[in-house]
Design a protein around this ligand. Structure first.
Ligand SMILES: [Zn+2]
Length: 212
């Protein structure tokens, strides 16, 4: 079975990187600004756009976000079909299947930015803080070491995001692409009330000089 996937990856292989990590981040920030200012453009969901995506997709960012229904990436970043490659799981953790998905996007679809997105009032992180994890033990196992010592839920969510970012950066495929300045991996926190996405590591490894 594995060879079929290898073949698929081979024929779909391209690392286009049509936009830089900083251009990708700018698009997300601008989209979130439109969303928070009630100026959402209802980004392209048209049949024309659908048809242009029949042959290939080139999402300009990967979002590793929580499954929480209030944190839908296409909406909060005001993006359309084919724009974002989204991996959603309770507590935005990077288990083995999430990592496979992220690696696929950066390696084969040329997505230049991986954004780990935690959020205010995260039930999964809260459950771990309260030791109430019987129903989410697989997710809890990944969150628990990240939030050790955090005193508030907000602090714990942010620590979980930072932990996940650092863990992703150490994986071979992402590490190589970051070293080559083809991608960036950043963390962010979504405020349920204002809708604003706050970047957690503004000063880190964005390459603003690279352009096409
Ligand atoms: Zn959550």
């Amino acid at each position: 079975m594995r060879w079929i996937f290898s073949l698929f990856f081979f024929f779909s292989f391209h690392t286009a990187f049509c936009v830089t990590p900083s251009q990708s981040l700018k698009q997300l920030i601008e989209g979130n600004w439109r969303y928070t200012h009630n100026k959402s453009s209802h980004a392209d969901h048209s049949s024309v756009r659908r048809k242009t995506l029949l042959k290939k997709q080139e999402p300009f960012a990967v979002i590793l976000g929580c499954s929480d229904s209030r944190v839908a990436p296409e909406i909060i970043f005001d993006q359309g079909l084919g724009d974002l490659f989204i991996v959603r799981v309770a507590g935005n953790v990077d288990g083995a299947t999430e990592l496979d998905s992220i690696e696929y996007a950066v390696k084969y679809l040329g997505s230049p930015l991986v954004l780990v997105l935690g959020h205010e009032g995260c039930g999964a992180v809260n459950a771990v803080m309260e030791g109430n994890t019987a129903d989410i033990e697989d997710v809890a196992e990944l969150i628990r070491p990240a939030i050790h010592g955090a005193k508030t839920l907000e602090e714990a969510v942010k620590e979980n995001v930072r932990w996940t970012v650092e863990s992703l950066k150490k994986t071979p495929i992402l590490k190589k692409l970051i070293r080559e300045k083809k991608i960036s991996c950043l963390g962010a926190y979504y405020h349920l009330d204002t809708g604003k996405v706050e970047l957690l590591d503004k000063k880190k490894d964005l390459d603003f000089s690279r352009s096409h």
